[in-house]
Design a protein around this ligand. Sequence first.
Ligand SMILES: *Cc1c(COP(=O)(O)O)cnc(C)c1O
Length: 401
Amino acid sequence: MIARGELGAWLAELAGQGLYRQRRVLESPQGALVVVEGRPLVNFCSNDYLGLASHPEVVEALRAGAARYGVGAGAAHLVCGHGRAHQALEEELAEFTGRERALLFSSGYLANLGVVSALAGRRDTIFADRLNHASLLDGARLAGARLERYPHADLDALDSALARCPTRGRLIVSDGVFSMDGDVAPARELAVLARRYDAWLMIDDAHGLGVLGTEGGGSLAALGLDQDDVPVLIGTLGKAFGTAGAFVAGKAKLIDYLLQRTRTYLYTTAPPPALAEATRAALRLARKDAWRRQHLARLITRFRAGATMLGLPLGASTTPIQPLIVGDNRAAVRLSQALWSAGFLVAAIRPPTVPAGTARLRIALSAAHTDDQVDRLLEALASALAEVLGKAGQRPEEAEP
Ligand SMILES: *Cc1c(COP(=O)(O)O)cnc(C)c1O
């Protein structure tokens, strides 16, 4: 435990390592153009991939939902908080993902914590990709299961870990699109291994749903994997759908089991029904507006082509998440600051969100961006890199915003 007198020293040390974190106060709606503390910026770090977070139809659905149902759900789903809007959204999400049923959660973090720990316990083993989202790791910790973290997307390593696994209960968990790298999980191969070793397979498609596949059905839809291949699908609603919350989808018996057992579902107030109405509107738009995905795909190609021409160090991602890995924490922060000065909002992502030595700018593209904004970001990135990496290592005290 940290001593009461040591908080100041702890915070100062964090700052010295370039790991101090600060929030910035947004004064505008979420979008491609935002106002942060009075400053207009082009925003390249939100997960609002389709530009739906402040879409007028979504806003109106929230307003109409509040007028009809009020604000608070008043209780947990199983007491008296489960409303018509929640029920309709669950049915629509099940249909959308090609699963029998879906179950809503207040957030993706809670869904992962709850579902992993409802499926696995002390006598089981959880196999987790090393780059999985923190919430999946925390779910495994809460489950108290044996944890095997396999090297990123390394199917051979996973295969041998499964082969020597001493427990009968096995759960393989992976991001569908990796949140900080943007690459797509080898879900088809994971499904083969899960079958071979009689393991559960759970894919968290927080960054694939809405973005990949026809109608935005996600990374599994794009690969043609159904509920027999991937029995547990997690989706979040705060990213491409632009609202908030999450869901798990799968066969009816699985969802019924989770409804009985998942503590982060049972012991928390249901999200506002009006929010479910807003998400229903967002889901309709996400499915219908194929142009959003098409424009986004063009922007990704444009960004990658431009970055390659400029010699920028890009990863292998073909999704809207385009990390520029810098390595050094302070350099990443200085780059983010240089971009801020040039009128761009791009967050520096540092450990423990990413492994030590892989601090990065996580550039996130959105259907709300224009070609011109992407071109200007590329120019700004090139000059920020020249400026910052040219004098990396100097005066670390300047690193903090
Ligand atoms: C964002 C994210 C979550 C958490 O979802 P929230 O709804 O924001 O709590 C879970 N998994 C992955 C892969 C994510 O990127």
